[in-house]
Design a protein around this ligand. Structure first.
Ligand SMILES: N=NNCCOCCOc1ccc(-c2cn(C[C@@H]3NC[C@@H](O)[C@H]3O)nn2)cc1
Length: 447
């Protein structure tokens, strides 16, 4: 057994997102989002699930904050539903939407919990999608306008901001692979969208600076790790392409002002021509105050000619998997963080998402989710390794506070440290909640 100790100023938190927990999709003046449309299109989401009720956090946020206060967290990462603020994406502001987030933020501050606000966690107003969505550069300016309203409205209350959650999912998962909203399958479109997202991020950071908002701003790419099956260069290069698709494709423009040439060349071979306008790269290359990192899984992989987009295949190692089928690969977490340190230096890092899917149900009022505790121990140990190796980690925010709408998987996949009964909306703290509470309280754990 070993004691895993964290820095004395380590911040601990939980994360959620608007469409996944709020419900009340037809209340408070909210407009339609692309996930309302996508989820209600038959075949897109398991069991035809949607976010109409979700965890009903729109009405139950006070109970949720109480659970977080008891947990002892320092920071709560939530997202704002753009369609609650601008039902049509632009134009008239919906005061009821602002009022809801004031209620939530005031409750957090009263509980001594720091709000960390994600401005975009995938619920684009449908009205903007109807005009091309992120493929239309007008959406960039609509996003900056929305962000400016939020910055001014919550200045002094919210001091930690994230522009985008998982731009790889917003662009490639949603417009090339096509399993998330709006469900396109077009590499050119997806790659151009990834560029517009980065321009929107950069313009928003510029606006944040121009307004002189008291606080810090960053963004939260999702990451993965592929360990080469062998030391053959073709295996190493194949793994690099997949890792780079998530990491360097989004972080090089922000931190270096250029796209990674090896991927530009690879996409060009696939027929992609990026339309980069004068000044775009300078706009994207705005300094950020911190970097959010989301990590869940990785695996062993090797080169396979003409396999998928990036010519690689996974090699089955029979690693233990969580209930969503993702291999448990904590070494990948350490490797991702070391790669980011080596590439981008000492940028302050918050782990903005890390967690696991285990679908344990309550028995006599208790949820024995030993698998999730094991996952947390393994990944917090990997995080401690990275911190000991000099990675500038400021905080760890687990996904998720509670079970919620897991996108195309609907309500079948549970990531929460709190169980939600979707029929009664009753919350039940899982064993992992109490384990996390003890870890936060100690700032160490024994593995
Ligand atoms: N690379 N090739 N893929 C080949 C085919 O993949 C098909 C499916 O792919 C993916 C990839 C990644 C994810 C994913 C989900 N979460 C969890 C959420 N994060 C933000 C928060 O809202 C959580 O709910 N993080 N990542 C899902 C599906």
């Amino acid at each position: 057994m070993a004691i895993i100790q964290f820095p004395k100023d380590m911040k601990w938190g939980t994360a959620t997102a608007s469409y996944q927990i709020e419900g009340a999709t037809n209340e408070g003046g909210r407009g339609v989002s692309i996930w309302d449309t996508f989820a209600k299109t038959p075949g897109n989401v398991i069991n035809g699930d949607n976010g109409d009720v979700a965890c009903d956090s729109y009405h139950r946020y006070e109970e949720d904050v109480e659970m977080m206060k008891e947990l002892g967290i320092d920071v709560y990462r939530f997202s704002v539903a753009w369609p609650r603020i601008f039902p049509n994406g632009t134009g008239e502001i919906n005061q009821e939407g602002l009022d809801y987030y004031h209620r939530l933020v005031d409750k957090l501050l009263e509980a001594g919990i720091e709000p960390m606000c994600t401005l975009y966690h995938w619920d684009l107003p449908q009205a903007l999608q109807d005009k091309g969505g992120w493929n239309n550069r007008e959406t960039i300016d609509a996003f900056v306008n929305y962000a400016e309203v939020m910055f001014k409205e919550f200045s002094g209350k919210i001091k930690q901001w994230l522009t985008l959650n998982e731009p790889w999912c917003i662009s490639f998962l949603s417009n090339f692979i096509g399993v998330h909203a709006p469900g396109n399958q077009d590499l050119q479109l997806a790659t151009q969208i990834s560029h517009h997202l980065l321009v929107a991020h950069g313009k928003t950071v510029k606006k944040f600076r121009e307004l002189g908002i008291d606080g810090q701003i960053g963004f939260a790419p999702n990451t993965t790790w592929l360990e080469p099956y062998s030391n053959r260069q073709e295996d190493i290069d194949a793994c690099n392409r997949e890792i780079g698709w998530y990491i360097e494709w989004f972080m090089d423009p922000v931190f270096k002002g250029t796209y990674p040439q090896f991927l530009v060349d690879w996409f060009k071979k696939k027929g992609v021509e990026l339309d980069i306008q004068e000044g775009d790269m300078e706009t994207i290359n705005q300094p950020v105050d911190f970097l959010g990192i989301n990590y869940y899984t990785g695996h062993i992989a090797r080169y396979k000619e003409n396999e998928g987009l990036l010519d690689w295949e996974m090699v089955e190692m029979n690693y233990e998997r969580t209930d969503i089928g993702w291999p448990i690969f904590p070494e990948g977490f350490y490797n991702v963080l070391m790669r980011i340190k080596d590439s981008y230096g000492d940028i302050p890092i918050y782990i903005t998402e890390n967690g696991s899917c285990y679908n344990d149900e309550p028995e006599n009022g208790r949820v024995k989710d030993a698998g999730r505790i094991n996952y947390l121990q393994q990944h917090l140990t990997a995080l401690s390794r990275a911190i000991s190796s000099g990675v500038n980690v400021k905080g760890y925010i687990t996904w998720s506070l509670m079970d919620n709408f897991e996108w195309a998987e609907g309500y079948t996949m549970r990531f929460g440290i709190v169980h939600v009964n979707y029929r009664t909306l009753e919350r039940t703290k899982k064993d992992s909640y109490y384990w996390f509470k003890q870890t936060i309280d100690n700032n160490w754990f024994e593995n």
